[in-house]
Write a new protein. Sequence first.
Length: 190
Amino acid sequence: MTWAPGQPLNIASANFVLRSMTAADVDDRMVGWFADRDVMEYVALPMHLPREQVVRLVQSFDNKSTFLLGLQPKTGPALIGFYRVWCYHHYGYAKTAVLIGDRAYWGKKAVLETRAVLLDFLFDGLRLHKVTGAVYTRNHAAVFNYKAQGFRCEGILREQEPGRDGQRLDVYLFGMLRDEWRAQRAGMAR
C-alpha cells in the first residue's frame, strides 16, 4: 500500500472499501443519518446537523492524525457508514469509532470485516502499539463486535455521558494491542 500522511487513504477488504471522505460525499442520505434517532442512539455526535455542519465535520479530518473513512460496498456507489480515527502517534495508539447509517447493513458483519483491514493499517502501516474504542454498555451490537474481534474490555466509566434519553450511561473501554492482533491474524491464516 502506498500512502503518505495528508493524502487520501483507500484500503479494501473482500467486500468493502474504506476511503477518506470529502465534502462531495455529504449527500441527503448521510445528512439523514444525523436525523435518525436509531442510527444516532449510541453515537457521540450531535443529531440534526445541517448539511453545512456535516461538511465542516468531514473537512476537519486531516488524513495525518485524524481520519474520517467512508465505508462503501465494492458493489455499490453509496457509502453505508464511516469510521472516525484519532491517532496519537507520540503515544503509539489510536481511538476509533464507527457508524453504520444504512440499516440494510446492520448485523451483516460489515464492521467486523472492515475493522480488520483498518487494524492492519493502524498496526502495520502506522506502526501503532494499541487501538481503543469506547462504547455505551447498552450498545449490545458494538459490544458484541468488539468482543468477537478479540478486543478486551479494559474498564468501565460509570455514568460517563448523558444518553439521548437524558439518562447517564456507562461506557466500556475496549483495547487491542498490536501483538494480540498479529497473533489473531496468524490464527485466521491457518
